[in-house]
Each structure stands twice: as C-alpha cells, then as structure tokens.
Design a protein around this ligand. Sequence first.
Ligand code: ATR
Length: 284
Amino acid sequence: MSDDESTRPSRTIPLAGVIGMPVAHSRSPRLHGHWLARYGIPGHYVPLHVLPEHLAEVLRILPRAGFVGVNVTIPHKEAALTLADVVTDRAALIGAANTLIFRPDGKIHADNTDGYGFIANLRQNAPDWNPAIGPAAILGAGGAARAVVASLLDSGVQELRITNRTRIRSEQIKAEFGARIVVYDWAQAGNMLDGAATVVNATSLGMDGKQPLRVPLDALDPDALVTDLVYTPLDTPFLSEARARGCTTVDGLGMLLHQAAPGFERWFGTRPEIDQAARDAALS
Ligand code: ATR
C-alpha cells in the first residue's frame, strides 16, 4: 500500500455518523445503515456520544479517521454552526447545523436540512397541500420550530402564527424572521388555529413519556393540513384528534427521513429513496 492510501482511509471506506449527547436513541444509524446495505455501499454510519467541551476537537480529528461528514443533534446543533468554515444560507438563517461535510480541502461545510425535510415530507404525503393558500400556525419556538418557520416562509406562507409556552422565544423568532410572523400567547393557542391552512406541533408535547399537547381544536378548519414533529408515537393524539375533525394529517417520521437524504447523498454519492422500507428501517 502506498503512503497516500494509508493516510487517506476515506478513499476506501467512507465513514459518517451522528454526534449527540445522548445519542443512543437516535434512529439515524439504522436508517443510514439500511440505505448503505440497500445500495451496496461499503461505508458505515455510527452513533458518536460527544461531550460539548470535546466537540471542536472531535470535529478536527474525525476526517483523519476516514469520516466524510456527520449529522449533529442535540445539544450540538448551534455549536456546530460556529465551528464550521462554510455555512449555507439556510443554516445561518435557522442558527443551527444538522449536517456537516468534511471537504477534501480540510474545511467543514455546515448545512441545515431540517426545514427541507419538513417541506419534503408534506409534499410527499399530502401532494395537494398548498402552503400559500392560508395562514400557518406553529406550536413551539425551539430549534425544530425555527427550521419549520424558515422553510414555510420560503415556501410562500403569507402569515405565520406562532405560540410558545415561553413567549420570548416566539418574540425572538418574530424579531429575526420579520413581519409575516404573528405572535400569540400560549393561552390563546386554540384561537390561533382559526382559519389556519397549515398547523404544526413543533413542541415535544405528545412524545412518549411527555405530557400530552392540550390545545382546543374547536376552531380547526377541516380543510387544514395538520402535522406533528413528534413521531414517537407515530400517530400522536393531536394528529388523531385533527383527523377526527376531517383534517388531512402527516406524521413526523417522514421529516426525519427526508432531512437525512441530502447528507447521505453528499457523503456516499447516492440519493436514497424514501419509501416504506426506509420508514420500517428507521422504526426498527
Ligand atoms: P427542539 O430542538 O426539539 O425544538 P427545544 O429547543 O428544547 O427542542 O424546544 C422544545 C419545544 O417544546 C419548545 O417550544 C418548548 O417550549 P419552551 O420554549 O417554553 O420550553 C416546548 N415544550 C417542551 N415542554 C413543554 C411543556 N411542558 N409545555 C409547553 N411547551 C413545552
């Protein structure tokens, strides 16, 4: 073996992974593992449990061990953005990165594909959905909500209503994203749904082990599209109640699948298919 080959393992077996803390619960290794097997790609995708104080050092070292990139999850998404050399516009707008590419020139390229994944999931599972047809209503103002807000504004939503238990986080989003944002008080969440064409739960409420999301749905329009970023359980009580009122609903698992696809393509060279087999793999 030449010296060149021995010092550049990425030329033979590309490695990728997800950096988080905790990370054991992540479904990404199973999803990427499924795609690697399906396309016969001799790569690996592993969970990497990394402390915040070690993130910068780990990101410097990984390319030398054959890593072509990583996903980044809680609590590292904001820090990853500041450690990157090149940042996409959408990652800068959202203020967080979820996909890093280690370039051959040594630079770290940071992207955020969460908003893309959110929209792609709705387009795949509710093809008739038109984001420009009426107001969108978002419950929650955390990191996931910021990606949803950015992508909905980008998709042509004219009025975006937002409510959050901690009101200041909604106010901050309005300050950053501008005049199309209308802030509602958390106690007014039910009223916010009146006339909304797109309704999104971007809080963690309703997740297995958490409190349920309790919002009166009386004002919910049966023509609204309702989606939940929570996907454990897949059919949240919020989604099933909305469906009982006649709404079209889309579960949150597809967002996880779609946000993963651009990273997989950049690292491993194949655009992966998002189908039932990919859903089953992520849930396995
Ligand atoms: P993520 O990156 O998944 O969005 P996050 O930034 O911690 O995670 O945001 C979690 C969201 O769920 C926030 O909107 C949070 O509201 P606060 O900003 O008030 O914390 C919301 N959330 C979590 N637990 C909640 C609860 N018990 N009641 C209402 N909202 C809750």
